[in-house]
Design a protein around this ligand. Structure first.
Ligand code: SF4
Length: 391
């Protein structure tokens, strides 16, 4: 049986950033104790799903997982280990906000079993951090990396955001250069997106903020690709670069159709061919877990089994995020249909346009990396036509 990954959601943040549409909340410190207990209770309630499985990775995301006591993190790891076999080399990643890290806490997290930190640097310019509502300074990120190394973390990642309104190429390359100078093991870069319902979206609607032109955003991505390669980082996914051996094993599970158990408010899981989601609001989630409702999976809100079109489209889109792509027989082995039969026209068109390479495997070209969304959408449309036609 394949190893299982576990995702644990911690929804608390000191401040809710204006661009963020994650399931994250500020001003809920009073819930943290009850939430920690609910996480452990949910793990125990899922004993049957964990039993007999080997856990190769655990990812604590949020929110700001570094905002809860390390003891809560350790209790969740220990509870998982009571029901499943925790691989001695398991990757246990925690997303951290540089504004909330100190040495004792980092040491406590390391002792709690966390092996890898993913630090949300976002930018090394104070004005950009203010625009993003981040509570930390560029200096705090640099200090956090140093403290994390001293606390014994051997795998540290930095996350950066690019494509801010008005962001110039030299400002972006400056942030990237500062990040590289801190010698992290992993770097993720994400384009700022204006998500519906966020304060940022309202500011854009009112004309207070003008999003950066998509061509300029693409130029920043291209420049980062060159800069990171020159610094010796290997790109392995559209948004992710790593030193050899430091890619995110946990995230690889998401991109390669692997199974993952979800624990915590609003967490998404994928198990036994079923996708499910927990209750999003922390208070409602805690109440449900305390009442052991709904049975047999307390805290769960909904579940569904994706149909063939959705499953194939998701598989294709996620695998194409990886720079290595995939081999066509893998698709057929997974779905029992030749990839050519359901999407051959799209593959050939994209290859002719210089967006896809088809041999030795299917993967995006460098130019195609900027067009992942379009390629995925075309494949989905083709699937809908082909499978509807064949019944
Ligand atoms: S710290 Fe991260 S999760 Fe929290 S509000 Fe800001 S962007 Fe969202």
């Amino acid at each position: 049986m394949q190893p299982l990954a576990v995702y644990v959601h911690i929804p608390f943040c000191t401040v809710k950033c204006g661009y963020c549409d994650f399931n994250a909340y500020s001003g809920m410190d009073n819930l943290k104790e009850a939430y920690g207990a609910a996480l452990v209770a949910e793990v125990h309630a899922n004993a049957s799903l964990l039993s007999g499985r080997t856990i190769a990775s655990i990812g604590f995301g949020g929110g700001t997982p570094g905002e809860v006591p390390a003891a809560h993190i350790g209790a969740v790891v220990a509870a998982i280990g009571q029901h499943a076999r925790l691989d001695p080399a398991a990757e246990v990643t925690l997303e951290a906000n540089p504004g909330t890290l100190d040495r004792p806490q980092l040491e406590a997290l390391r002792a709690a079993g966390v092996t890898r930190l993913s630090i949300g640097a976002q930018s090394f310019h104070a004005d950009e951090l203010r625009f993003l509502d981040r509570i930390h300074s560029p200096q705090a990120t640099a200090a956090a990396v140093g403290l994390a190394r001293k606390a014994g973390f051997e795998s540290i990642g930095l996350d950066l955001i690019y494509g801010l309104p008005g962001q110039a190429l030299d400002a972006w390359i400056g942030s990237l250069g500062t990040a590289i100078g801190l010698a992290p093991d992993h770097i993720s870069i994400y384009a700022l997106t204006v998500e519906d319902g966020t304060p940022l979206a309202r500011r854009v609607r009112k004309g207070e903020v003008t999003p950066l032109d998509p061509d300029a955003v693409a130029d920043l991505y291209e420049a980062a690709t060159d800069r990171l390669a020159a610094a010796g980082y290997l790109q392995y996914e559209l948004s992710n670069w790593a030193r050899p051996g430091h890619h995110s094993r946990h995230n690889m599970v998401y991109w390669t159709d692997g199974e993952y158990l979800a624990i915590g408010a609003g967490a998404h899981g994928y198990l036994g061919g079923e996708r499910y989601q927990n209750i999003a609001h922390p208070r409602a989630y805690i109440a449900a877990v305390e009442e052991r409702a709904p049975a047999p999976h307390p805290g769960r809100e909904s579940a569904y089994r994706p149909g063939a079109v959705t499953a194939m489209a998701d598989w294709f889109s996620l695998r194409l995020r990886l720079l290595e792509g995939f081999h066509e027989p893998e698709f057929e082995a997974r779905f029992g249909l030749p990839l050519r039969k359901v999407g051959g026209v799209v593959l050939d068109d994209c290859a002719s346009a210089g967006v896809l390479e088809l041999a030795p495997g299917v993967r995006l070209t460098r130019a195609g990396r900027l067009l992942h969304g379009e390629v995925s959408a075309r494949f989905l449309a083709r699937l809908q036509n082909t499978l509807a036609a064949t019944g």
